[in-house]
Design a protein around this ligand. Structure first.
Ligand SMILES: O=C(O)[C@H](O)[C@H](O)COP(=O)(O)O
Ligand SMILES: [Mg+2]
Length: 310
């Protein structure tokens, strides 16, 4: 039965039991650019107690370097690049290390600069993405747009992720690459999140954008690289061998059952669901026992506030 964290003793037990804390970002640490209550204090508390903190986000709009800047900007200091994992990085690594796409091949991107930067760092030229000609006024999908008319034969993969600058032309060009060469160009999705949490509202998530081109092309992604895919968990475990002990001393903290909590469960970690993002008390009560979190709490900051800091 999922235990709600409501008192000091429960928090003390958690601090005694776990050495590693893996945090989801959107809906746990922040909502957009707004940090959630007592999050900075909670992370500081964990670090002062010698706990390892790692961040894993399915939000592909930013690169790891971008996230380091965001952590500093909102007051979470001292985070290093090897403590931040994003679906943009996971997708670029998949293309480079698993697909072994030669770096003389280009990658078509339906998404933002996070995907582009991670691919550039691994030596790939990208098309699409933040190309300003795709968003120019009147950039409709009329047949005479050069990028729609002349597909680039050196494109060896399509990566699709979250973008708030979606338009019909970008969708139509992505569709052409997914249909090209008898649908043989690899189709990589960053994540499955259907919605994006934003101050009590649910906005369109990457998963819904990806579904649009998936439905239009009649294809499902060849790989979905974000949570709950264990590729990032395996990388984290390889870099932190203690996390491989059983029972694990790691706690996965997230706001979405089918990505974050599954990521933790499949990785053999205990899990804490917080209600500041996607899920609600009702979703906790109605989830199948096999997919239920170990604990849940109103917000991450309760780990700090319940220790007599409120
Ligand atoms: O639409 C999306 O891509 C997701 O809602 C968003 O990126 C989730 O990010 P996370 O909660 O994994 O930090
Ligand atoms: Mg989240």
């Amino acid at each position: 039965m999922t235990q709600k964290i409501i008192d000091k003793q429960q928090v003390s037990n958690i601090l005694d039991q776990y050495d590693y804390f893996i945090f989801d970002c959107d809906g746990v640490i922040w909502l957009g650019d707004h940090i959630l209550p007592s999050v900075v204090e909670t992370i500081d508390l964990l670090k002062k107690r010698g706990k390892k903190v790692i961040f894993v986000t399915n939000n592909s709009s930013k690169s790891r370097n971008d996230y380091l800047q965001k952590f500093n900007k909102i007051g979470i200091q001292g985070i290093t690049k090897d403590e931040v994992f994003g679906s943009s990085y996971a997708s670029a690594v998949y293309i480079n290390k698993i697909m072994k796409l030669p770096t003389d091949k280009k990658v078509w991107v339906l998404g933002e600069s996070g995907i582009e930067q991670e691919l550039h760092d691994l030596g790939y030229e990208t098309l699409g993405g933040t190309d300003p000609s795709l968003s120019a006024e009147g950039a409709g999908a009329s047949d005479d747009h050069p990028l729609l008319k002349n597909l680039d034969d050196s494109v060896g993969a399509v990566v699709t992720g979250l973008t708030s600058k979606l338009n019909y032309l970008k969708l139509c060009i992505t569709l052409q690459y997914l249909l090209k060469d008898n649908k043989s160009v690899p189709f990589i999705a960053t994540n499955i999140d259907s919605t994006f949490p934003s101050h009590g509202k649910l906005l369109i998530g990457a998963g819904s954008i990806i579904q649009a081109v998936s439905y239009a092309s009649g294809r499902t992604p060849d790989a979905i690289c974000g949570k709950p895919n264990q590729s990032m968990m395996n990388t984290i475990k390889a870099e932190n061998p203690d996390l491989q002990k059983t029972p694990s001393r790691g706690l996965m903290v997230g706001d979405r059952l089918n990505t974050d909590i599954q990521f933790g469960l499949q990785g053999g970690l205990d899990t804490l669901l917080v209600l500041t993002g996607i899920e609600t008390e009702n979703s906790v009560q109605s989830v199948d026992m096999t997919a239920a979190p170990t604990y849940y709490a109103d917000k991450l900051g309760d780990l700090y506030e319940l220790l007599d800091h409120n």
